[in-house]
Design a protein. Sequence first.
Length: 202
Amino acid sequence: MGMNVACLDLEGVLVPEIWIAFSKASGIDELKITTRDEPDYDKLMNFRLKILKDHGLGLKEIQDTIDKIDPLDGAKEFLDELRDNMQTIIISDTFEQFAKPLMKKLGMPTIFCNSLIVGDDGMITGYKMRCEKSKLTTVKALQSCGFDTIATGDSFNDLAMIQASKAGFLFRSTEKIKADFPDIPAYEEYKDLLKAFKDAAG
């Protein structure tokens, strides 16, 4: 029997969607689009970077918004209890430069994410993915080291990680994703998600 590792998505599961918060703060509606709407991450990020460039917005403006974001209600308590029960890693398609202030508010859990390429002028010129299909690749790597993964997420880009794991759950996902993947248990409350993790860990 392998040792269990909980693999969690970040945005939508533990913290609000960063780009939606920034869309509200900046008044730029097009930035509301997330991986829930656009499965092609590369396309989505290039679209976002073009909008930022067009509006002359850089990393600092986004970080100012992130400083005001708090974890979702009950997220830290959920995470604390989960970490008491098993090793826990947040696997996210967000960027180190966005995640850091949020990790402090969550008690500095381990996070594997990507990084932004930022020019001297503070403008974001591109981004570097840690690896291809980062969530699935990470879960497979953990499994190759003898770990059993139990995963949760809310978006299209979490499905491969969820399906490749010993057990996996949707959390506060969309009606469409829930309908398209009826075999994946879906939860709305942290207490139910926590119980599902504990039950899966056995």
